[in-house]
Design a protein around this ligand. Sequence first.
Ligand SMILES: [Zn+2]
Length: 304
Amino acid sequence: MRKSKSGLFHFAAAALPAAILSLGSAALAESAAPSCDAGARQQGGLLYCTGIAGTIVKMDGKPVAKLNPAGQATIGLERDAPSSVSITLEDANGQSTTETIEIATRKDDYREITGLDCDKVDARTQEQKDHAGRSWVKKVAAFKRFNEGAGFTQGTIRPAEGVMSSPFGPTRKYIGVSAVTGEPCDSVSVHRGYDIATPVGTPLLAPADGVVILGDPDLYYEGGSIFLDHGQGLVSVFMHLSEVDVEAGDVVKAGDVIGKTGNTGRTTGPHLHWSVKWRNTASDERDGDFYIDPALILALDEGN
Ligand SMILES: [Zn+2]
């Protein structure tokens, strides 16, 4: 099932010499010009950088990544990233290179939906609020754990059988009136994951190698959840699971069964919600991290 390492690069860097198509070798990376000109160059996508270990990568002047001991790093691109970004790689010897990378725009759907039950929005009872609070603390702690790894450069396995039921990116504005107070309310949400329609109990596969940083059967909104750190700041988040078969610290390989999909937490029906969080490896501040589009990562590995 796994593709060759070079498969990743055909998407954005088909013209590069074969010698630098491998991400896995620091020696090769050092012999080539340091660059972030590979990956999914689209809003919501991901740039792959290669160069000398320890190099700091800046995007439009802001540090966004540090190359790992293998000379690799990733840079996430926000949903509303500009159409062009300036990338500077500064190694420990003071050598610096700058490149400009064009970013393709995306067109996400926007929809207003009426009929929201205002009296059921978010946690309401003290018990629900306590549960949501405990869940939030666990998530924040998990996202502070970093492991080395190849990211998605070895290829990406679709984490469950089934058709996509909702893409990453659409904005939904839900509008309603409270039956209790008569007050109007609304709730705006952006879908930051990739949903796969799955019957409860469908095997959940690790899409790439990684280390589990959270395995919890009962987060308030997310239900049964697994956070899997693939390295280079990239974390797969799986929600609404009926079964969680791993715990924090477990090392898993691409294709390993790590749980079962379900209908737990706040859902509208059985499905797997898969999101991929990109974290800034040049900073200890976690508030600049964000979710990228899993479909773009799958596309890097399919049909290229
Ligand atoms: Zn979802």
